[in-house]
Design a protein around this ligand. Structure first.
Ligand code: ATP
Length: 324
């Protein structure tokens, strides 16, 4: 392999730039050329490439988002689209590809390998942490810190006004952000899709909080939680039951995806960027690199996509014990 291409795809996540930087510099270190592909798979199809030297990625380790831009590409979901992407890579003399993204990105990568036998290695970049084969995905730690900071601020107003706050956080179908920020910010109740508490449990829990003399409460709700249709309907339901509660809803939204990456995410991204290039140079393909128990590991794309990254039961217990 003489030339490696790198792209970011799907939702952006803080730390993607640190991963790009590490890929580029690992290429420099191992004396292979590096090509940046703009706008994910769409840029692959359109041949939107640029040669990247070590200096192109100066001063980006601290920046959120992705300098290569990200996009969702419907065309890449078609065989014709992927064939165009393959032709462009061949034409540019690229011998292998690093893809930074989430499960959709890896699904696309897997198809690409199967159809063209082209070497691809993945790096998990998503704030949701919903990928098997790594303890943390890049961006997750930063998102946790962003969310905790905001909930702390909301708590100030919740306690000043004796309010009940429902705070919706991201995570798609995974409750990692909700569970960890809920513990970290001292939420009274945490609603996650993996453990459907049901409305009765929530009501019971709020009753208990009141009996114990709590005058304000924070309920962290994962966007994927199935308890109500959405967080507003959930709040309406509680309001009907407890008209005396002063209820507010706060949907945190895209701020959770932005910002300067935490040191943890920068280090993780640096390790995985180097690991991805090394894996390709070792003739490995079809895997995602990750960090498990503080060691760099790799797992097949098929597993990374399909297997569940389980919610830690011990964390659930800690949440319950510490919210009394
Ligand atoms: P995030 O979890 O942050 O949203 P993601 O990688 O899961 O990241 P997606 O939008 O699901 O984000 O996928 C990114 C891109 O991967 C898609 O726009 C598409 O080009 C490609 N892709 C997704 N699913 C497939 C598929 N089944 N076949 C081929 N390509 C796919």
């Amino acid at each position: 392999i003489k030339k490696i291409a790198v792209l970011t795809s799907g939702g952006d996540a803080p730390g993607m730039n640190a991963a790009i930087r590490a890929v580029v510099r690992a290429c420099t270190y191992y004396r292979v050329d590096c090509i940046g592909v703009y706008r994910g798979y769409q840029g692959l199809i359109e041949g939107d490439f640029e040669m990247l030297s070590a200096r192109h990625v100066s001063n980006i380790i601290n920046k959120g988002g992705t300098i290569l831009k990200s996009a969702r590409s419907e065309e890449f979901k078609t065989v014709e689209g992927r064939a165009k992407a393959y032709e462009n890579l061949k034409k540019a003399g690229v011998g292998a590809l690093v893809i930074i993204g989430g499960d959709g990105t890896f699904t696309g990568g897997l198809k690409f390998i199967e159809e063209f036998n082209f070497p691809v290695v993945g790096i998990p970049g998503t704030i949701d942490n919903d990928i098997y084969g790594t303890d943390n995905t890049i961006g997750y730690d930063t998102a946790l810190n962003t969310v905790v900071e905001v909930i702390d601020k909301i708590r100030d107003t919740a306690s000043s006004h004796n309010r009940l706050f429902f705070i919706e956080v991201m995570g798609r179908d995974a409750g990692f952000i909700a569970l960890n920020t809920g513990i970290g910010a001292g939420a009274e109740e945490i609603l996650i899709p993996e453990k459907n508490l049901g409305l009765d449990r929530l009501v019971e829990s709020l009753d208990k909080s009141r009996e114990k003399g709590k005058t304000s409460s924070i309920v962290v709700v994962s966007e994927g939680d199935k308890i109500g249709k959405n967080v507003f309907e959930l709040a309406d339901y509680i309001k009907e039951k407890y008209p005396f509660y002063d209820i507010r809803v706060s949907v945190l939204g895209h701020m959770q995806r932005g910002g300067s990456p935490s040191c943890y995410d920068r280090v993780l991204a640096s390790r995985l960027g180097v690991a991805a290039v090394e894996a390709l140079l070792d003739r490995t393909s079809g895997v995602m690199v990750g960090v498990t128990n503080n060691e760099v590991t790799s797992v097949g794309f098929n597993k990374a996509i399909k297997m569940n990254h389980d919610i830690n039961e011990e964390l659930l217990k800690v949440a319950e014990i510490t919210s009394v």
